[in-house]
Write a protein that binds this ligand. Sequence first.
Ligand code: HEC
Length: 96
Amino acid sequence: MRILLLCLLIISCAYDEYDCPTEVAYEQNIKEIIDNNCIVCHESYNYNQVLNNIENIIYRIELDTSDSKIMPPKWAGYDKLTDEEINQIKLWNECK
Ligand code: HEC
């Protein structure tokens, strides 16, 4: 019984952290994507900055690769983020 409770606790915590725009979830799931693809140019991107710009960020990363406004920029030789990375950022923002 104790083990079952512990499992439930871990699952519910992990769920909350993954799916809400908390700083913990940022560190776990989002920071690496931002550090690998954005920080070179957007030096100020941290938890607060990303949270404050999240609508703009999601708009930019979802653009078609033919759109010159896509982020990270094609003109700088970057590939579009993977669907998984994009979904991760959207999930983090939606808190579902
Ligand atoms: C090679 C440099 C470079 C990289 C890498 C890069 N950006 Fe940008 N970004 C720019 C430049 C330059 C602008 C301003 C021109 C424009 O709006 O397209 C910009 C503008 C933006 C904007 C709109 C203006 C603002 O600050 O709100 C957003 C949002 C954005 N970038 C998000 C991102 C995200 C998210 C990533 C990573 C997935 C990223 N960028 C990666 C150079 C970069």
